[in-house]
Structure formats: structure tokens, C-alpha cells
Design a protein around this ligand. Structure first.
Ligand code: HEM
Length: 458
């Protein structure tokens, strides 16, 4: 076997590869680079750290083989653990609480379980539509309203807690604190080791924000305990269920981390998906027309959808699948080699080395997708699905560490689109040009649209 070096772009005389981390969305810098490096893998060297990004579907097929590579919580996660602790997202599979929580919570996320959340999902989606009816003709800040929708949905369905985000002009203080914490987390990762007074001040604000967020989470838990602590939602399960394998329960500390994890992971990604989807629909009127036709067929006039209406959808789910191919809202996540490995027959990956999957480049890889830059929902007909490369589509992560909330996100997103398209025509008053912003996830930045009620036969 002849080994080959992992391709790397030329180094800048002064910055090396550091400039690839600059800008509002470093992942798009990587995506641009990927388009120039056909090997489907590259490496970037930063002081003290090497970043490997892979996007060739055959390499990704190897990297997602859990016998060889798995998600590991590296020291770079330390800051995110300040919020999520050993909650599902930020714990290592080898930590006892990961397995315990995974086993306790998995049944609450099955497709069948979604039927139980439908009433809450509908209530919040109706709040969104109600707001848009009241403010017709005014600017809608899309990412903000989608965030209101998804935060209220996970908190109401999961914890029977009402944020009432649509009642207020401002985003909820929890979200404002989260945005600041995420921003600070990004700067912490790249700042020099010497502490300046400004940084000390920023650190103080960071811990104050985390304390405020914890307080809200504690309130959610306290409220439930005051009402007997029962219920068959996520919180009820966490407070009462025992692990089928060990018989153990989740500790109070761990429940707090899980609630925080669900409040964050359960809203950021889905709101980004919905915002990108509305953007893509505006750009592809023939697809939007198909969606309207489907909505009018299944939900004529002012009919109220049921869970079965959502299950009958065909066009809207394909729109979401394709939107996630185009703009996967978690665009980069990593696996770690369990032992020394060679992938693609020539690239050496040492034990413990992390390799990130570069999802935008994988999802538009010319070897796996015909006309990869075309938004084409027919890729997702049952017949065409069967022709896909098995590792070319990974919006929800991989294997046992894949997204537990996938069905939840898709059910919620289908329902929201259904209600929005039943009522509204979408208007793009400022001829929006896509600007992607990355924090924890990616979102279309400053995307503003307007809506007006649809006329009959429109
Ligand atoms: C994990 C994507 C919605 C909860 C993940 C991962 C991805 C992902 C890529 C794996 C990350 C990694 O390997 O490090 C998405 C996308 C969503 C979405 C694209 C929406 C479109 C949700 C929702 C919830 C949720 C609605 C909760 C209700 C979680 C949790 C994990 C996770 C708890 C960690 C699972 C574990 O490791 O045990 N998600 N997610 N996600 N997601 Fe999602």
C-alpha cells in the first residue's frame, strides 16, 4: 500500500492557513476550497492543531463506519460543555449518562411518538400564522420568527413550558443570552492565551448569561415538580423513567443538562432549515407552485390539518430533503479514528485524529449528485432515492450518535410550511441575496420577506 499525503492548499506567507477561519461563515471557506480539491479531502494546519475535512462520498462511507470511526468529545468541546454538560449532544458515548439518556429518551422520538406532540406543534404553528396575519404587508425577519416557532415548539411539546415568543417584539432573553454565549464561545476558541481586561469583562458577561439560562431551565424543572412531576413528555420521562439496561435514573444535574440541550439543539437547526426553505422556495417558483397545489389538495379553504394530513404530504417533505441537501444547518461535524487507519487506500489517519465531514461539499459532490447545484426535489422520489450513493447525504449525523430529533424536526417543519402556504403568498421586497451566517449552525442572515393572504385560486 502506497500512502499519499492529504492534500493541502498553499500556505499564506504570513497567516499559513489561518485566513480560512476568517469571515462570517468559515465553513463556506472550506466549501470553496473543496471545490478546488477534487481528492475529496484536505488538511489545514493551525498553530497547535490540524483540521482534516472530508467530503468524497466513498471516503465518508469509510468515515461513518462506526467500527472504525466514532464521535468523540474532544477538548475543543470544553466550552460547549459549559452549557450542555454531559447532555446527549456533548457527552462521549462512553460516559454512562449518554447511554442512559439515549435509552430512556429514544422511544419519545419515534415516528409514532410524534402523534403525541401534534397538538402542541399545531398550536405554535398557528401562533406563527396568527402573527403574520396581524402584520401583513410588514417586514418579516424570517430567521427570528422561525426561531420563535421552533423554540416554542420544543419547549411546549417537550416540557409543557410556554415561552410565548410570538407575544413579544424582542426575542426571548434566553435566546439573546444564547446568541451572546455562542459568539463568545467562538472567540474563546481563537483568542490568544494572554487575558486582557476586556476579555475578563467578556468572560464575566459569559458566565452571567449561562447562569441566567440555567435559571430558566431550573424554573422549567421546578414548575413540573410543583405539579407532581408527572407527564409523558420528555421532562416527565426524564424525571420518572428508569434505564431499561441499568435500572438507574437520570440525576438532577443531568436532567438540567438535557433540558438545556433540547432547548438549544431542538430549535436552532430546525429554524435554520425553515428559513433556508422559504428562501429556496422564493428562488424556485415552479417548486413553490407544486407545494401550493399539494396544500390546496390536502387542506382546502380554512381546513385545520391533522397528524394524518402531515403524513400524506409528498411535495413538502421532498422540498425539506432537498433544502437540507443544499443547506444542511449543521454543516460540519467530526468523527475520530478509533485506531490507526488508512482511508481511500492511501490517506493515513492516526488513532485519535479527528476528521470533520464537510457536509455542503458532500451534499453537492459531483460524483454523487447530477447537477449538484440545481435545486431539484425530484431527487427525492422513492424511485430516485434508491439510486443515491449511500453516504452522500448526512444532514442528521451518523449511526448511534445521529440526531435523536430528526422526526421531530421534520414533522414540525412540514406542519409549519403547510400552514404558512395554506394562508400566504410570499413576497421578496428587497430582492434578497443569500448571505450565510455561521454560529452554532448556519442561517440566512438578514433575510426579510413579506406575506399577504392568498387570493382564491392563487
Ligand atoms: C444530534 C442535525 C433537529 C436534538 C445531531 C447531529 C446532527 C443533527 C448533524 C449530530 C451531531 C454530531 O455528530 O456531532 C440536526 C438537524 C436538525 C436537528 C439538521 C433540524 C433540521 C433536532 C431537534 C432535536 C435535536 C428538533 C430535539 C428535539 C439532537 C440531539 C443530538 C442531535 C439531542 C445528540 C444526539 C446524541 O448524540 O445522542 N443533530 N438536528 N435535533 N440532535 Fe439534531
Amino acid at each position: 500500500q502506497t500512502l499519499a499525503p492529504i492534500p493541502a492548499p498553499p500556505k499564506h506567507p504570513e497567516y499559513g492557513h489561518l485566513h480560512y477561519l476568517a469571515g462570517d461563515a468559515p465553513v463556506l471557506n472550506f466549501f470553496g476550497l473543496a471545490r478546488q480539491i477534487p481528492e475529496g479531502i484536505f488538511r489545514l494546519d493551525f498553530p497547535g492543531r490540524t483540521l482534516i475535512q472530508a467530503y468524497d462520498p466513498d471516503l465518508v462511507a469509510e468515515l461513518t463506519d462506526e467500527r472504525r470511526f466514532q464521535k468523540r468529545i474532544h477538548p475543543s468541546y470544553t466550552n460547549v460543555r459549559n452549557l450542555g454538560g454531559d447532555g446527549l449532544f456533548t457527552s462521549d458515548s462512553s460516559e454512562p449518562n449518554w447511554g442512559k439518556a439515549h435509552r430512556i429518551l429514544l422511544p419519545a422520538f419515534s415516528q409514532r411518538a410524534m402523534k403525541g406532540y401534534f397538538g402542541q406543534m399545531l398550536e405554535v404553528a398557528q401562533n406563527l400564522v396568527g402573527k403574520w396575519e396581524r402584520t401583513q404587508g410588514q417586514d418579516v425577519r424570517v430567521a427570528d420568527d422561525m426561531t420563535r416557532l421552533t423554540l416554542d415548539t420544543i419547549s411546549l411539546s417537550g416540557f409543557d413550558y410556554r415561552f410565548r415568543s410570538f407575544d413579544k417584539e424582542e426575542l426571548h432573553p434566553f435566546l439573546q443570552a444564547l446568541a451572546r454565549v455562542m459568539h463568545h464561545t467562538m472567540t474563546m476558541a481563537s483568542r490568544p492565551p494572554i487575558l486582557t481586561p476586556e476579555m475578563e469583562e467578556a468572560d464575566r458577561a459569559y458566565w452571567a448569561d449561562i447562569a441566567a439560562m440555567n435559571e430558566l431551565v431550573d424554573e422549567v424543572i421546578r414548575e413540573r415538580r410543583e405539579h407532581g412531576g408527572g407527564g409523558d413528555d420528555l421532562l416527565g420521562l426524564m424525571l420518572n423513567a428508569t434505564d431499561p439496561e441499568t435500572g438507574g435514573r437520570l440525576s438532577d444535574e443531568n436532567i438540567r443538562y438535557q433540558v438545556m440541550t433540547f432547548l438549544i439543539a431542538g430549535h436552532e437547526t430546525t429554524s435554520g432549515l425553515l428559513a433556508f426553505t422559504l428562501y429556496l422556495l422564493l428562488r424556485h417558483p415552479h417548486v413553490l407552485a407544486q407545494a401550493y397545489a399539494e396544500v390546496d389538495r390536502l387542506l382546502p379553504g380554512n381546513a385545520v390539518p391533522t397528524y394524518d394530513t402531515v403524513m400524506k404530504l409528498d411535495v413538502i417533505p421532498r422540498i425539506l430533503d432537498e433544502a437540507l441537501r443544499f443547506w444542511s444547518t449543521i454543516p460540519n461535524y467530526a468523527v475520530t479514528a478509533l485506531r490507526d487507519e488508512v482511508i481511500g487506500g492511501k490517506y493515513e489517519i492516526k488513532a485519535g485524529q479527528q476528521v470533520a465531514l464537510l457536509i455542503p461539499a458532500l451534499h453537492r459532490h459531483p460524483g454523487a449528485w447530477a447537477n449538484p447545484d440545481e435545486f431539484d426535489i425530484d431527487r427525492w422520489t422513492p424511485q430516485n432515492r434508491r439510486t443515491h450513493h449511500p453516504a452522500a447525504y448526512k444532514p442528521f449525523g451518523n449511526g448511534m450518535r445521529a440526531c435523536i430529533g430528526r422526526q421531530f424536526a421534520l414533522t414540525e417543519a412540514k406542519l409549519a410550511l403547510l400552514l404558512v402556504l395554506q394562508k400566504f403568498a410570499l413576497v421578496d421586497p428587497y430582492d434578497y441575496h443569500l448571505k450565510v451566517k455561521q454560529s452554532l449552525t448556519i442561517k440566512p442572515e438578514d433575510f426579510v420577506l413579506r406575506v399577504r393572504e392568498r387570493r382564491p385560486h392563487e
